[in-house]
Design a protein around this ligand. Structure first.
Ligand SMILES: [Zn+2]
Length: 398
């Protein structure tokens, strides 16, 4: 027996019908088929409905070989031939109806104003997207398209559905070729959009409420347009408003002054980074003086173990030291997050070969690195303390 589908009568939220069968797919999923159904199965870019069959939760609905399968969590006690009440989750369905019908209007607006076709549509959890056949769309064009779409919504035009034969199709200015030969269903917004579609729509455009384009992105040579309709516009407004309020409070700025205030914060941050960099250089100058001041008479070997200090900073410090005191050699070890790193430098009047010394250190810490005879660095695992490594390096230099 062929099932009767009522899901396209958009405002039917519940109905009474009869169980035809309860069966299990090879994958193990249980499903119920019904004599008539109001559940919409996934298709045409619109997600499936959810709801209840006599209190049993329907989590997914798919059309398989002309049969509408209502998937349930596990086998139910419902029996073939039993009369049941069915009910769909109306909040979910009405949201889909708003987004889906909004897509019809947005797509038609792109054609009407810019002659640009829509090539695909996706109804996501938060956003809806269409990919339009253009490589670029300006903000001005988007503004015009959005304005027309909202005008059509505001005019509260009827959305009609009509079953037609293939021969009758020629009477309508269809937006694109219809892909089926029989059971052709046209969705018509008079003088605006004529479209073959099996999805669910409200009965007039006003029920879409509003349409807001949120963003665009390039997608495989097309432009992907993100938008929301109806209740989702309020959700977005609420979310953005919350962010704005928080930013206004953080930056002590009015809404109009936010961009300027944010720019000032970023600029100040950059200035401060520059100042910190200059102060660091000055501080390093003092550190050089202090280290050299601590050297005892005749001692030319500077050895230090540091914690959590970047190798770049230590390289700089080592260079400054040997430039200031060319007789010196420098051995710096840094204990950094499970790593032992080192910097070796010899001044112009010190003939210790640091490249060679480094190659002898690598095996001690399973490390690697490189450099020249006067300057080398490297790092490996922290398999001993920095001080222990310094002592081993001493023995290497004996
Ligand atoms: Zn549709």
């Amino acid at each position: 027996m062929k099932q009767k589908y009522y899901y396209q009568d958009a405002y039917q939220k519940n109905a009474n019908t009869t169980i035809i069968s309860q069966a299990q797919e090879e994958s193990g999923r249980w499903y119920i088929t019904l004599q008539e159904t109001i559940f919409y199965p996934t298709g045409g870019g619109q997600p499936h409905d959810t709801g209840l069959i006599n209190g049993v939760q329907v989590t997914d609905v798919e059309e398989v070989d002309g049969e509408i399968r209502h998937y349930i969590g596990e086998r139910s006690t419902l029996e073939t031939g039993e009369s049941v009440g069915i009910e769909i989750d109306w909040t979910r369905r009405f949201d889909f109806m708003q987004q889906h019908a909004g897509q019809h209007i947005l797509t038609a607006s792109f054609v009407e104003l810019l002659g640009i076709q829509t090539v695909s549509f996706h109804l996501g959890k938060e956003h809806v997207t269409i990919d339009v056949d253009a490589s670029k769309i300006s903000n001005e064009q988007l503004g015009k398209v959005e304005k027309l779409a909202n005008q059509i919504i505001l005019e509260n035009r009827l959305i009609e559905t009509k079953w037609v034969t293939k021969d009758e199709l020629a009477q309508y200015p269809l937006r694109k070729q219809v892909s089926v030969d029989e059971d052709i269903r046209l969705v018509i917004i008079p003088d605006f959009d004529y479209n073959g579609c099996g999805g669910t729509h409200p009965s007039s455009t006003g029920q879409i409420g509003a349409l807001k384009i949120l963003d665009t992105e390039k997608q495989k040579g097309k432009v992907r347009v993100h938008f929301v309709c109806g209740g989702r516009v309020i959700t977005q407004l609420h979310r953005k408003h919350t962010v704005l309020q928080e930013m206004k409070s953080q930056l002590s700025a009015s809404e109009e002054g936010l961009a300027e205030a944010a720019r000032t914060v970023v600029d100040n941050g950059k200035k401060m980074e520059k100042t910190i960099e200059e102060l660091r250089e000055q501080l390093m100058g003092y550190e050089v003086k202090e280290i050299l001041g601590e050297l005892t008479q005749g001692n030319v070997s500077i050895e230090r173990v540091f914690q959590q200090r970047s190798i770049q900073e230590l390289q700089k410090l080592a260079r400054l030291l040997v430039a200031e005191s060319p007789k010196c050699k420098v051995i710096f070890i840094a204990e950094n997050e499970g790593l032992l790193q080192f910097v070796l430098a010899s001044g112009a009047e010190n003939d210790t070969n640091m490249k060679q010394l480094a190659s002898q250190i690598f095996p001690l810490i399973n490390g690697k690195g490189g450099g020249s005879a006067s300057f080398a660095q490297g790092g490996g695992t922290k398999n001993q303390s920095g001080q222990e490594l310094v002592e081993k390096i001493h023995q290497l230099m004996v």
